[in-house]
Design a protein around this ligand. Structure first.
Ligand SMILES: Nc1ncnc2c1ncn2[C@@H]1O[C@H](COP(=O)(O)OP(=O)(O)OP(=O)(O)O)[C@@H](O)[C@H]1O
Ligand SMILES: [Mg+2]
Length: 219
C-alpha cells in the first residue's frame, strides 16, 4: 500500500486508543504496513512536551503557552515521524492531531481560531489527513470511562463546561469538513464502532484503488 494518513479524534474516553488499535490490526490483515502514533508526546522531545502539558501541577500554564507547546510537539512529530513514515508507504494512524488543537484550545479555551490555524500551518507545513475519524461521545460518559481506570490528567480535571465546549467544537469542525470527516457514535459497543470504522476506511481504500476485503468476520 502507498502512504496514507488517518487521524482519530474525540473527547476523553471516546475509545480512540481502543479503535486505533483495532483498525490497525485490520489494516495489517489487509497487508498494510501500519504506524501507530499519537499527539502529544510521540518521541523523546514530544514526551517531554507532553509531561509539561498534562502535569496537574502546571496550573499556571497559560492558554496561549499551552497552545504553542502543542504546536511545538506537532512540528517535531510531523518532521521526525509522520513525513518519513508516509514517504516510506506506511498507513499512519495518529491518535489526535490538528483537530484536537482546534477543539480543545480554540473551542475549549477560547484561543483565537485564526491564530491556531496559522500556528498549525507553520507546525505541519500543511500536512493534513486523508481521513479523520471522529468518535462522538458525551463528555460525561467519556470521563466516566476514563476515571474508572486511572487518575485524571490536567486537561481531564477541567470543569465539565470545558468538555462540552470542545465536544461542540468537534461537531463544528466536522460539519465544516464533511469530506475529510467520518463521524461515529462512540456510545455504541466497541465491536459496532469497529465495524463502522472499518467500513469507512475500507471505502476510502477501495476508492483509492487498493484491494481490500471488507468481510468483518474474524479469521
Ligand atoms: N464503545 C465503548 N463502549 C464502552 N467502553 C468503551 C468503548 N470504547 C472504549 N471503551 C472503554 O473506555 C475506556 C477508554 O477507552 P480508550 O482508552 O480507548 O479511550 P481514549 O479515547 O483513547 O481515551 P483518552 O482520551 O483518555 O486517551 C477503556 O477502558 C475502554 O475499554
Ligand atoms: Mg487514548
Amino acid at each position: 500500500m502507498r502512504g496514507l494518513f488517518i487521524t482519530v479524534e474525540g473527547p476523553e474516553g471516546a475509545g480512540k486508543t481502543t479503535q486505533t488499535n483495532l483498525l490497525g490490526e485490520w489494516l495489517q490483515s489487509q497487508g498494510a504496513d501500519v504506524l501507530y502514533t499519537r499527539e502529544p508526546g510521540d518521541g523523546c522531545i514530544g514526551a517531554q512536551i507532553r509531561q509539561i502539558i498534562l502535569n496537574p501541577n502546571n496550573c499556571a500554564l497559560t492558554a496561549k503557552a499551552e497552545a504553542i507547546l502543542y504546536a511545538a510537539d506537532r512540528a517535531q512529530h510531523v518532521e521526525q515521524v509522520l513525513l518519513p513514515a508516509l514517504a516510506a508507504g506506511k498507513v499512519v494512524l495518529c491518535d489526535r492531531y490538528v483537530d484536537s488543537h482546534i477543539a480543545y484550545q480554540g473551542y475549549g479555551r477560547g484561543i483565537d481560531l485564526a491564530f491556531l490555524k496559522d500556528l498549525n500551518q507553520m507546525a505541519t507545513g500543511g500536512l493534513m489527513p486523508a481521513l479523520t475519524l471522529l468518535l462522538r461521545l458525551s463528555p460525561e460518559v467519556g470521563l466516566e470511562r476514563v476515571i474508572k481506570h486511572r487518575d485524571k490528567d490536567r486537561i481531564e480535571l477541567e470543569e465539565i463546561e470545558f468538555h462540552k465546549r470542545l465536544s461542540a467544537g468537534y461537531d463544528a469542525i466536522a460539519k465544516a469538513n464533511p469530506k475529510r470527516f467520518y463521524v461515529v457514535d462512540a456510545a455504541k459497543p466497541i465491536i459496532e464502532v469497529r465495524e463502522q470504522i472499518i467500513s469507512a476506511v475500507g471505502g476510502l481504500l477501495l476508492q483509492a484503488g487498493y484491494e481490500v476485503n471488507l468481510n468483518m468476520e474474524e479469521d
